[in-house]
Design a protein around this ligand. Structure first.
Ligand code: PMP
Ligand code: GLN
Length: 383
């Protein structure tokens, strides 16, 4: 393995899911749903395969899917994108993230991340030969907030890109309008590119609404927005994502993407186009159901003795393990599957400086009720 990839030998998700399988544990670690997405969408993919939609689709994505993505952004947020030049279909949001960093950041540039961060950001920055700076989210009450002053202080002459993720994996934090406005002001003032990871855009709870960063003044021209069908339609295995932004930026993302994967899976593209156009009610019902499951898991974790933090969105809730006399989340998660048959993910796997995060573990609530209840039944035995 080349030196720049050595720190990223194996992802925490793969490691914890492997432990879950070995010990037949309830997997509340890796964030993937255990129920299928909308039936009609699955039928469209099945039919596409039967109809011979099995060869390379156009590199930037099928025109039908690019139009559906642009129409969906326009309908929900009033943001206009030219489907031919400002929308790029990718192999999941993961590829959109890597391609945006590889296509827009020079070796030696700095990329600013908030911590905890989704693991692929740091690995992609390393692949690009760039360096990262991380700014921790700050604790506020039983949740987290963006530390705007710390973010501002971390920008240097070499900072090229700021990566923003809201709703946030792993904490479930959703930035409020003030945080978004502060990010926008900083990006404009310091002329930064922004990579806005909005894969959980639909999974915002308690009547709140997602607000895309690109909708703020001055942001459309400097933001690459990334989203995905994975979390919106329960198809994490389809690997259909997208990048949106101004032509000059999407050109850079496309330049990298074409040599990473060339194209994304052909029969899934008509299915995702169908779902974006016809399955908005399914998305809303799914969000409401996830909110209910968040409450179910958060309440049960609290009953089991964890210090449970607020989750306002995503698939995830974080919990403090210090009530069990534990302080090392990595050790806790490595032994949990064998000890009691549950898998979780340590939050310190998402950070550069574990000190402040070691006592937190992440649980996923995107699972069936019976799975959540069995997981919690097992967790109660920790007391
Ligand atoms: N960003 C975040 C914050 C995520 O949680 C995930 C999925 N776990 C991704 C990106 C990757 O999305 P995809 O599965 O579409 O590649
Ligand atoms: N995004 C999901 C998570 O955070 C899964 C990611 C992965 O397996 N790479 O758990």
């Amino acid at each position: 393995t080349v030196r720049r990839l050595r720190p990223f030998a194996s992802t925490i998700f793969a490691e914890m899911t492997a432990l879950a399988v070995t010990h037949d544990a309830v997997n509340l670690g890796q964030g993937f749903p255990d129920t299928d997405g909308p039936r009609a969408m699955l039928d469209v993919a099945r039919q596409a395969i039967a109809d011979g939609v099995n060869q390379y689709p156009p590199g930037p994505g099928t025109p039908e899917l690019r139009r559906a993505i642009a129409a969906d952004r326009a309908a929900r947020y009033g943001l206009e994108h030219d489907p031919d030049t400002e929308v790029l279909v990718t192999v999941g949001a993961t590829e959109a993230i890597s391609a945006a960093i590889l296509g827009l950041v020079e070796p030696g540039d700095e990329v600013l991340l908030t911590e905890p961060y989704y693991d692929s950001y740091a690995a992609s920055v390393a692949l690009a030969g760039a360096s990262r700076r991380t700014v921790p989210l700050a604790r506020a009450g039983s949740g987290f907030v963006l530390d705007v002053d710390a973010l501002r202080a971390a920008v240097t002459e070499r900072t090229r890109m700021l990566v923003v993720n809201t709703p946030h994996n792993p904490t479930g934090t959703v930035y409020d309008d003030a945080a978004l406005a502060a990010v926008a002001a900083l990006a404009c003032e310091r002329d930064l590119l922004v990579l806005s990871d909005e894969v959980y855009e639909h999974l915002v709870f308690d009547g709140r609404r997602h607000r895309p960063l690109a909708s703020l003044p001055g942001m459309a021209e400097r933001t690459v927005t990334v989203s995905s069908a994975a979390k919106t339609f329960n198809v994490t295995g389809w690997k259909i994502g997208w990048a949106l932004g101004p032509r000059e930026l999407i050109d850079g993302v496309r330049a990298a993407k074409q040599f990473m994967s060339f194209v994304a899976g052909a029969p899934f593209q008509p299915a995702v186009a169908y779902a974006l156009t016809h399955e908005q009610p399914w998305i809303a019902a799914q969000r409401d159901d996830l909110q209910r499951r968040r409450d179910l898991l958060s309440g049960a974790l609290a009953d089991a003795g964890f210090g449970v933090l607020d989750s306002a969105g995503t698939y995830f809730v974080c919990a403090d393990i210090t009530p069990f006399g534990a302080t090392d989340g990595v050790a806790f998660c490595r032994t949990l599957p064998e000890r009691i048959g549950v898998a979780a993910v340590p939050v310190s796997a998402f950070v550069d400086d574990p000190q402040q995060w070691n006592h937190l573990v992440r649980f996923a609530f995107c699972k069936r009720d019976d799975v959540l209840l069995e997981g919690v039944r097992r967790l109660r035995s920790l007391r």
